[in-house]
Design a protein around this ligand. Structure first.
Ligand SMILES: *Cc1c(COP(=O)(O)O)cnc(C)c1O
Length: 387
């Protein structure tokens, strides 16, 4: 049996919560989605919350609500899941990337500053920048927020890995230094709704715009209508929206999971501490904890010090899989994907992200990982890496 790299943690109370919805009047568009939104907003100290069918759909709505369209440029990090970049392409905007920091593996603030200076000279400043809190470790949001002020771009935090994380002792998602923060509730993430996402927003108008576009661009609110209501049946489609709604079944699971958020993140920190101690002597670079950040520890990647190992990255990765350790690699740099190469990107453009990809291996990290399983991961790593 392969030990996976991530896995959901479903308790009886989660199952009961979903079953209760199955027996209720509303499977979707009932009271549970707004209740989930309110609970997340309260938990994160946010102002507005919009639950969606996925983080991908939330990222798309976020880009639309902030006005991204043809002729605009959106920047993100190459070391992320493709959805962080694709959301801009859905809107017809162009994408560009900012290389990662060799220490934190998040978007480099130094590289961002340098690229902004150049973009200003070229008259091609980004409309939106999407920092990604890789592995659950918050980006340097204060600096990014200051640059946003200075250069006039919007900020969407891709916080898909980071519910439960803290930055400068405040919850990630309160939008102190951003316009919108997006969370994912896919089963490998910190808490799950099956499929699902949620965007928190600083401004009410931005949240309203996301809500409108989440459901076909159709409104029943006279305030949002162009014409007069013709009767109680009346609704208007005022924009081209989508069906990106979350169902009440998903929201019930999310509400139930949210109650265990702290416990789950604490457990992830316990597991990280064991890895930190047990792997410190091996030719590996372990995750760095930025002093401003309390990570949600979605992932625990290690980087092979290949100058001290006479085997290849692939060889070690395959050996771990063969021996039942379900390692993974987060991520292949987005600009090297065929779709992005067809848009003009090429290998070599973002060397820190490419170096990361050539060395990184994500170890199993999830709350139900047992002491025995983690011990096995550590033992196999020692056997493979000790010369
Ligand atoms: C998982 C993930 C997404 C997409 O989340 P879905 O809920 O599966 O759509 C987006 N960005 C990052 C960084 C992710 O890890």
């Amino acid at each position: 049996m392969m030990i996976p790299y991530g896995r959901q943690d479903i308790h009886q109370e989660d199952i009961d919560a979903v079953v209760e919805i199955l027996r209720s009047d509303f499977l979707t568009q009932g009271p549970t989605v707004p209740a989930f939104e309110a609970a997340v907003v309260e938990r994160l100290g946010a102002s507005h919350g919009v639950a969606t069918s996925s983080a991908t759909s939330a990222l798309h709505l976020a880009c639309l609500a902030l006005g991204a369209g043809p002729g605009d440029v959106v920047w993100t990090t190459p070391t992320t899941f493709v959805a962080s970049a694709n959301c801009a392409r859905y809107c017809g905007a162009d994408v560009d990337f900012v290389d990662i920091d060799p220490q934190t593996w998040n978007m480099s603030v130094a590289a961002l500053r340098e690229k902004l200076e150049q973009a200003e000279r070229d008259g091609r400043l980004p409309k939106i920048v999407i920092p990604v809190h890789l592995c659950g470790q918050p980006c340097e949001m204060k600096s990014i927020g200051e640059l946003a002020q200075q250069y006039g771009f919007k900020v969407i935090e891709d916080a898909s890995h980071a519910i439960g994380a803290r930055y400068q002792d405040e919850p990630v998602g309160n939008c102190r230094y951003s316009d919108i923060a997006v969370f994912s509730f896919h089963p490998v993430k910190i808490i799950t709704t099956g499929e699902g996402g949620l965007a928190t927003a600083r401004d009410a108008e931005v949240a309203d715009r996301m809500r409108l576009l989440r459901s076909h661009g159709v409104t029943r609110d006279p305030e949002q209508m162009v014409g007069e209501s013709l009767g109680p049946w009346y609704y208007e489609q005022v924009a081209l929206g989508f069906n990106y709604r979350m169902t009440d079944l998903h929201a019930a699971l999310g509400l139930s999971q949210l109650r265990r958020l702290d416990e789950i993140v604490v457990r992830r920190h316990e597991l990280a501490r064991v890895y930190d101690e047990a792997l410190g002597d091996l030719p590996l670079r372990l995750p760095h904890n930025h002093p401003d950040a309390y990570s949600a520890l979605h992932l625990y990647p290690v980087r092979l010090c290949l100058d001290r190992i006479d085997r290849t990255h692939r060889d070690i990765f395959e050996a771990l899989r063969r021996r039942g350790v379900g390692v993974n690699l987060h991520y292949i740099p987005v600009h090297t994907q065929p779709y992005y190469r067809d848009l003009g990107f090429s290998v070599g453009q973002f060397p820190e992200a490419e170096r990361y990809h050539a060395e990184a291996i994500s170890l199993p990290m999830f709350p139900t990982l047992t002491q025995e399983q983690q011990g096995e991961v550590v033992r196999v790593l020692h056997e493979e890496l000790e010369a």
